[in-house]
Every structure is written in C-alpha cells, then in structure tokens.
Design a protein. Structure first.
Length: 640
C-alpha cells in the first residue's frame, strides 16, 4: 500500500499495561481527513497502533498496521518510498517472503529486520512511520530527510504517544495542554513554532531527518542525514546542467506512479513550470494543471501559468481567491494545529480544494529556491543594499547613536524604529544580518507589545539564536551555502513543507515535491557558488536549464513568490474581523499583549502610517488558535 495517511499510537513502558482501543480510534477520527479511505487499529501487547488510509496505489491490498512474516514487527506508515521496486527485488533475493505485490510499506518492515535503524539510509521518498518491534519491546519512529511528513510525540502516563498531527494527541487526557510562552515568542518572530518544540510544553515535534527509539521507558533521538556542502563537485556549468536535467527528470518520473488521477500545481514560476516540462517527457496523454490568483491587480501570476499550460497542452484550471477567502482562518488553524502565519496558506488551501475535485495526487515545484539560491534575500534586500553604500564609519560612529536615541525617545514611531533597525542590521555580523531579514516581529517590537507578566514568562534570549546556529555551521565556507543551509534547516521544514502538507491533507490530496528528492538536494548543495549563484544571479543554473523548455522570457522575469493581498483586505473586508480577534476583551484578558500597543498597530495600519498586515495576521492566527485548542475542552467538533 502506498499513499498519504495519518498515523497514531502509544507504547507503555510497563509491558503489562494495555492501550485503550477506543482512545486509539478517537485519535484516528481526528486524522480522518488525512486518510478518508479506511482505518486500522491493532493492540499489540503494551503497544497500540492506529492508521487512517488515503489510497493512491494498490487499492485492493495493503491494510495497516502491516506485519512481517511472524508478526513480531508491525508498522504504520505515512508517505511514499519511490525506490520501493528496487528495494523489494533486493529483499526477495535476500530470502525475504513478501506477502504483497508491490507495497513500499512492506519493504520498510523487511529492511528493518536486516538493518535496524540503518534501514533509513536506503529509503528514497517522503515518510513518517512508527514501527513496533515486539521482541525488543522497541518503538521506532522516523521522519524523512526534508521533513515533508509531520510527526508529533509526547511522554505521559508512563507511555510514549505519537501522531501525524498534534490534534490527535489532544484526545489523550493524560497529556497536559500547558501553553509554552517561549513558543509564542518564537512564533511571533518566525510565523511558525520551530522544531522540536511545539506550542504546548508537553508535546514535541520529531525534527526532519531524525529518528526516535523508545525502549524501557527511555527516549533516544538521533539524526541520520544532513546535507553536505563540502567538498564541492568539480564540474563545469555544462556538466552541471546535464546532471541537473537527469536528476530532476528522474525525480519527476519516480513521482508519476499512481493508480488514481494525478496533476500538478502550476504557479507560472520556474520551478513548477520546469516540473510540468519534465512530466511531459513521460506523460503523453492528458495532463492536468491547476493555478490560483487574486482579483487585486499585481497579485496574480495566472497569465504566466497559462503560457506554460498552452506550451505543454495541459488541461488547465484556474481559481481566483476573493477577500472572503481569509475568513477560512478557523479551518486553517484547525488543520495546522499550531499558530502558523504564512499568508500563502490561504490560497494554497483553496488551490488544494480545487485540485482535489479533479485529482488525488498533485506534484509541485517546492524546493528550487532553497537548493539553487532563488530567494531575493540571498542578495540582500534593496533597502539594506542601498544603505550599505554609505561608508561604515558614518553608519557606525555618526548615525548609530542618534538613531538609537530617537527610537527610544519616541517608541511609538514606526519610522524611527525602522530607521534604527536598517542601520543596525547593516552593521551586524552576517548571520544576524541574514536571519533578521526573515522576521515578522522584531525583538524591540515584541518588547513593546508584551505585558510585563508575559515578558517574564518568555524569559531572556533571542528567537534568532536558533537560526544563527544553522547559518554558522562550522564546515560551511561560502556565504551562499550558509544562507541556503539556514533555510533548509529552518524555513523549509518549519514553514514551507507544513504549509503544503496541511493544506493538501485537509482535502485528502497527496502532494509530491520532486525537487526535494534527497539526491537532487545533495546535488544542489555540492555545486560551487560560481555555478549556482554567479555574481549573485538568483537560481542561475535552473534558469538556464529551464530556458529552452519554457515560453520566451518566462525564466528572466523577477521572482514574485506566492504573495497575497492581505494588506488590502485588512483595510477593507477584514477590518471588523481583525479588530474583533485582536483587541476584543476576550483576547486582551489572556494577558499576553498590551491593548494600547495593539490599538496603535491597528490605527497605524488603517491610516497607512505603517504596514502591519503580516503582524496583524500573525496575531489573528494566534487568537484563533487559542479559541480552537485552548478555550474548548473537546475539539472533536472540528474548527470553531
């Protein structure tokens, strides 16, 4: 069996205890959207495993939990293993008896019998799984290298509990719902809660490329894979282009296998357009593409997507998101489990809904920017580049002091605060300078926002320290590699991949990301800077690869990103909803934020004095999250 699913379960440290089957089924019910096609629950001594199934391949077989020959090892699996045929052939030659015709789940079982935890090295795909080894009384959890599939866990009541989504763990009364002040602090910086922490103190996320074992009541966590940026590949640009073409085409081809309808998210950008081009090399019949745009001028890439669809003769469909789309906030919060403020989740949710009406699997172009240097921030934002032309001695010794004094003397002035921020950023070390470009709320803005009580609960320390650690990885030499590694370790698994997983799974749609095949990732990391980022030219290699494959001019237009017109909506259609969520008595009574600062933010945004749309959206997401997961004891009813 292969397909996207939801998994959950529990293992007690005491081998005499038995899981509650009814509780496991309630956990499964909260994951039903991830696997609407079936359910399986097994009690295996002190362990209990639950599974919700979305059928993509092998509809007739592959029920889970799945067992080895003597039922000593069982697995529940969420994901796809793309090299499963090669693995099954090797296992059969090695004497394993395979009970199914073409199950990737069964391959993992037998690989574990041969190699234990090291079986992870053989897997090529996206996955989160839980494997119960009854002979060793060992639970083995693992996530894929990039972090495409989620996995949460908690230790409570003498047991380890796990689930694909955190909401399933909230069905367990033994797991406390103690909100983490530090997680809120970090969320307001990053727009997501960084792993391994979650918004609840007693629940953790297993990080990408990690595994967890539970034996005798002890948790051990290890990392099994990390991108290597050194040594650099000794290749010419021509050879790099040849290798990139072959690797990306193979990654796309492997992701075309499906017994259900398949399509692709087409944004009109280089990455998704290149994915369509590669698909056409292997799909001669109908090919479905799906795009989304906005009514507001300047926020739509639909014309570019149409050009690609016409070039490759796809069956193309478009969807236009209107202002009331952001009122889907309760549904978004419900599916993300934690506060999550990437505004692109709004159109992605609607794109997933539209796409699921036609297909069950959708490929996308995620990963190209992180692996081939595609973000504008790699070159530095325009305002920083402009101000850095001013001599450093002036910025440091003449301008810095007055700018800091003015921002402290007039704390309500957004303009003075921004002036100080830009100047200080240009004087900072490269790690801080890069990570500071990714903020939603700056530290000084949070200082003004927090009540004294909440500030004490948060404690000292910058939310940027986590990202800075990844930027300053000791073995990285080129600055572009430091920036890319920072994104691969933080933004990619913390923001981009959860956005796609939760919005697609909300409708039982499987998303596949060929550019995040780990072989493509390793290739991109090993490329010399002069090939992937020459003279700070963004995504130079992929642009050159795509140029003969795409309509004229498409590869040279500036990167737009999946931006949304929320700033406009806040001033117009969402004005009342924003105020009700952010400065209502109910919200202020939580004791987190100063009402006067919130009122000033709203007033400054409404009058155009400052643009707070992203910060306002983050606060709306946070308050809706409180109302969904904290204010209600029973969340089984779904979104508020």
């Amino acid at each position: 069996m292969r397909g996207m699913c939801g998994i959950c379960g529990v293992v007690y440290a005491d081998p005499k205890r038995r899981p509650d089957e009814g509780l496991l089924r309630r956990m499964c019910d909260l994951l039903a959207h991830r696997g609407p096609d079936g359910e399986g629950v097994e009690i295996l001594g002190e362990a209990g495993l639950g599974h919700r199934r979305l059928i993509v391949i092998d509809p007739a077989g592959g029920a889970q939990p799945m067992f080895n020959e003597d039922h000593s090892v069982a697995i529940v699996f969420n994901g796809e293993i793309y090299n499963f045929r090669e693995l099954r052939a090797r296992l059969a030659q090695g004497g394993h008896r395979l009970a199914t015709d073409h199950s990737d789940t069964e391959a993992i079982l037998h690989l574990y019998e041969d190699r234990g935890v090291d079986c992870l090295q053989d897997l090529r795909g996206m996955f989160a799984f839980a494997l119960w080894d009854a002979r060793r009384h060992r639970l083995f959890l693992a996530r894929d290298r990039a972090g495409k599939k989620p996995l949460y866990y908690a230790v409570a009541d003498g047991a380890l509990w796990f689930a694909s989504e955190m909401k399933a763990l909230l069905a367990v009364s033994a797991i406390p719902r103690r909100v983490s002040a530090r997680a809120i602090h970090d969320f307001l910086t990053h727009q997501y809660v960084p792993a391994p922490q979650t918004i609840f103190q007693d629940i953790q996320k297993l990080p990408q490329a990690h595994y967890l074992t539970w034996e005798n009541g002890r948790v051990e966590i290890g990392r099994y894979w990390q991108l290597n940026y050194e040594p650099k590949a000794a290749v010419s640009e021509a050879e790099a282009l040849r290798q990139a073409d072959a690797l990306i085409e193979e990654a796309v081809r492997l992701r075309l296998e499906s017994d259900v309808p398949l399509g692709v998210f087409l944004s009109g950008g280089i990455d998704s357009s290149l994915t369509v081009a590669m698909m056409r090399r292997h799909v001669s019949g109908p090919l479905k593409t799906f795009s989304i745009g906005f009514e507001e001028e300047g926020y739509s890439e639909l014309p570019y997507a149409r050009q690609v669809a016409k070039r490759y003769e796809t069956e193309h469909e478009e969807f236009v998101v209107r202002a009331d789309a952001a009122r889907a906030l309760p549904k978004l919060v419900w599916h993300f489990d934690e506060p999550f403020a990437d505004m692109a989740a709004v159109p992605t949710l609607y794109l997933s809904e539209m796409t699921r009406r036609r297909v069950t699997v959708a490929l996308n172009g995620d990963g190209g920017d992180e692996l081939f240097a595609g973000y504008e921030r790699y070159r530095g934002l325009h305002v920083f580049r402009w101000w850095q032309r001013v001599p450093e001695w002036f910025r440091r010794y003449v301008f810095a002091g007055p700018s800091r004094w003015a921002s402290r003397a007039f704390p309500g002035s957004a303009f003075l605060g921004n002036v100080r921020y830009v100047n200080d950023t240009t004087l900072a070390d490269p790690a801080w300078r890069y990570t500071a470009r990714l903020l939603i709320f700056r530290e000084d803005q949070k200082d003004r926002l927090y009540t004294p009580e909440f500030a004490r609960a948060v404690g000292p320390g910058s939310s940027l320290d986590w990202m800075i650690g990844h930027y300053n990885r000791a073995d990285l030499k080129a600055e572009v590699d430091r920036m890319m590694n920072c994104d691969v370790e933080t933004y990619l698994p913390g923001d981009l991949l959860p956005k796609v997983d939760r919005t697609t799974m909300a409708y039982g749609l499987e998303g596949r990301s060929p550019l995040l095949d780990h072989k493509v990732m390793e290739f991109g990391a090993a490329l010399p800077a002069e090939i992937k980022f020459p003279q700070q030219r963004l995504k130079k290699l992929l642009r050159k690869l795509a140029e003969p494959l795409l309509p004229p001019g498409l590869t040279e237009r500036p990167k737009r990103g999946f931006s949304t017109p929320l700033g406009i909506w806040f001033k117009r259609d969402l004005k009342d909803l924003t105020r009700e969520l952010i400065v209502s008595d109910r919200a202020v009574r939580r004791g987190l934020f100063r009402r006067s600062v919130l009122e000033r933010m709203l007033r400054d945004h409404e009058t155009g004095r400052d643009n707070h749309h992203h910060r306002l959206w983050a606060l709306m997401c946070l308050e809706t999250w409180f109302r969904t997961f904290v204010d209600r004891a029973d969340i089984s009813g779904g979104p508020i």
